[in-house]
Design a protein around this ligand. Structure first.
Ligand SMILES: C[S@@+](CC[C@H](N)C(=O)[O-])C[C@H]1O[C@@H](n2cnc3c(N)ncnc32)[C@H](O)[C@@H]1O
Length: 334
């Protein structure tokens, strides 16, 4: 069966060259994932008979994969940090570099147990569930504009280890679901691909993953702008905003965080040296800007007083902090 699947994948015009050239490995991954075993364990069971129902599930997953559907949707599972999450076409497949977002959020609050962590745009729940299971928060709030995504994320709670923090799932856009919430850390991996960049995306992303999870208006900046404009009102005085960023717009996003009055703004790189995570600390200035968003004078003041901070931040940006997170591949695949 493995050979048949490998040949099916190798001959599929819907798969990219790289996958077709590595069809044997891809077939092993697919079969192992459906059987819920490590690929290395396959060799031990290859000569054992496979029950009909299992065989049917493997063949159905292989047919879907041969049509170009991402592996995680075909098998229904995606690994993220210590968790294995159920995923389907309602949610973005969690990417390795998003693990850095979790790692940084946990690091920033490590010395202060308790408080609330918020995950905006939770998708499969990857970030929120990781914070709930690995952190020492009193509670986690997970939001999404997509109620389909919230259904997937809340079903994944059954995969959490006991002792994890409770998670409150809320529907709504940007910061709207956070009425009454003051968080120690707000984390988000928002949609950040510009609409005009769609054609350059790999087909496996553009044709299969939800557009709501990928694209944002204003050249990909709309969700960052919304979060930077209002996050201060929902953060503790020295709380942190942690955002996954598109490396092409990382510097711009950092400048906008400064202009909004955030402090200690820093970009964290993945292991390939790409700026992928923005850290920004709340400050009284940020909260003043939040409350005066419509006043032209405030905008001018924000821009000019931010300039004084820019040199400090520029130094951080030119010498970004490498993360100890896993090798990134998200940008290349998105
Ligand atoms: C890039 S995906 C991230 C999913 C998940 N957090 C992860 O890292 O794998 C972005 C998520 O944000 C949601 N989203 C899009 N626009 C939103 C908005 N305005 N407010 C809240 N969530 C939004 C999408 O439905 C999607 O689940």
């Amino acid at each position: 069966m493995l050979t048949d699947i490998a040949q099916q994948l190798e001959a599929s015009p819907a798969l990219d060259m790289e996958t077709r050239a590595d069809a044997t490995r891809e077939a092993r991954l697919l079969v192992a994932s459906v059987l819920d075993i490590a690929p290395g364990a396959l060799t031990r069971i290859l000569d054992r008979p496979v029950p009909h129902t299992t065989r049917d599930r493997i063949l159905a997953a292989a047919t879907r994969r041969a049509r170009g559907e991402p592996m995680a949707y075909c098998t229904g599972l995606a690994a993220f940090r210590h968790l294995v999450l159920a995923v389907d076409e309602r949610v973005l497949i969690p990417r390795p570099e998003t693990e850095i977002v979790v790692q940084e959020a946990l690091r920033l609050v490590a010395s202060r147990p308790g408080g609330i962590a918020v995950d905006i745009g939770t998708g499969s729940g990857a970030i929120a569930l990781s914070l709930a299971s690995e952190g020492a928060f009193d509670a986690v709030v997970a939001t999404d504009v997509s109620t389909d995504a919230l259904a997937v994320a809340s079903a994944n709670v059954s995969r959490l280890p006991t002792g994890s923090a409770p998670i409150d799932f809320r529907a709504g856009a940007d910061l709207a679901p956070l009425a009454g919430v003051v968080a120690r850390v707000i984390v988000s991996n928002p949609p950040y691909i510009a609409f005009h960049e769609a054609a350059a995306l790999p087909a496996s992303v553009r044709d299969w993953e939800p557009a709501t999870a990928l694209f944002a208006a204003d050249d990909g900046m709309a969700r960052y702008d919304a979060l930077l404009a209002g996050a201060s009102d929902h953060l503790e005085p020295d709380g942190w905003l942690v955002l996954e960023v598109d490396m092409r717009r990382a510097q711009l996003t950092a400048q906008r965080a400064l202009a909004r009055g955030f402090e200690s703004v820093r970009l964290v790189c993945d292991l390939s040296g790409r700026e992928r995570v923005l850290l920004a600390r709340n400050s009284p200035r940020a909260s003043v800007f939040t409350r005066a968003t419509s006043a032209a004078t405030s905008v001018t003041t924000a821009a000019s007083s931010a300039a004084a901070h820019t040199a400090t931040i520029a130094a951080s940006i030119t010498a970004p902090t490498p993360a100890s997170g896993s090798e990134a591949g998200y940008h290349a695949r998105r």
